[in-house]
Design a protein around this ligand. Structure first.
Ligand code: PXL
Length: 271
């Protein structure tokens, strides 16, 4: 495999095992150079901590990218996660437009039917426009519902998922990887819609859930894809790895998944 370079754009949550503190180690262990563009710096993530700090880095983005242009720095892939403002989404859209890199957008905005603290419907509309540009999008069901206007459901059948996918396809021309698709209590999985072909990778569902597993999934997917796995294989690798992370997280560790314990296993999965 040739040496690849990814740019990942998401926040630094200093404590919380999500976003860049997850993407950097996971993509790096896949043997891929991981360059970062921090969208914001928070003392912790916003899911369950109170009183967190938030420094928006939107205004730094054009200065950083101008410098990279002068240095002729380019990337094989641009992978975006949690973004801090609508203006920032516009800058990220410019980065994708100006680059030949494959673009992977995880429209991080919410989970379990609600938006994360700080996001509103204007932000959802802006994120939807970013998804229009992406080669690959990785929404969960909540994010897909907010972007399409389809009502969120906890329990559903494959007709509901088909509707969600066809609504997403109205504005997203690339590949869609819908995460957290579960038709019963024992299993969950990911639906991959690629070039008019639909596949579903189902695996066991664990009783507990962990914060930040969406970021783990998208990071592992990006690392596997840049290891020349096909989209469907990378989608499976990422699902298996995410499951392993949750399995290895102590129940008392409430704010994130203890992915560090299984990083070597991800490297092995790619060999
Ligand atoms: O894991 C998604 C995420 C990323 N970044 C921040 C968050 C969240 C989810 O709550 O708060 C800052």
């Amino acid at each position: 495999m040739s040496y690849k370079r990814v740019l990942t754009i998401q926040d630094i949550s200093c404590v919380g095992q999500c976003s860049l503190t997850v993407a950097l180690p996971i993509i790096s262990v896949c043997g891929v150079e991981t360059c970062i563009l921090p969208s914001a710096v928070l003392s912790t993530h916003t899911g369950g901590f109170s009183g967190f700090t938030f420094r928006d880095l939107t205004d730094d983005i054009p200065k950083i990218t101008e410098h990279w242009k002068k240095e002729n720095i380019s990337f094989d892939a641009v992978y975006t996660g949690y973004l801090g403002s609508i203006k920032q989404i516009d800058y990220v859209a410019d980065i994708i437009d100006d680059s030949d890199a494959i673009s992977i957008v995880d429209p991080v905005m919410g989970d379990k039917g609600t938006l994360y603290t700080g996001f509103d419907t204007d932000f959802v509309s802006a994120m939807k426009k970013l998804c229009e540009k992406a080669d690959i999008i990785i929404p969960n069901i909540t994010e897909a519902c907010f972007m399409t206007g389809v009502a969120y459901k906890e329990e559903y059948d494959s007709t509901y998922i088909d509707t969600l996918l066809s609504e997403l396809r109205k504005f997203c021309n690339g590949t869609i990887i819908l995460t957290g698709v579960s038709y019963n209590d024992l299993s969950t999985g990911v639906v991959v819609y690629e070039k008019n072909k639909l596949s579903y990778y189902e695996h066991k569902k664990l009783a507990g859930s962990c914060h930040g597993t969406g970021d783990i999934y998208a990071s592992a997917f990006t690392g596997a894809l840049l290891n020349e796995q096909s989209i469907t294989t990378a989608a499976k690798t990422a699902a298996d790895f995410t499951l392993m992370c949750i399995e290895n997280t102590d129940s008392s560790h409430w704010y994130g998944a203890q992915f560090e314990k299984v990083l070597p296993a991800l490297a092995k999965m790619l060999k």
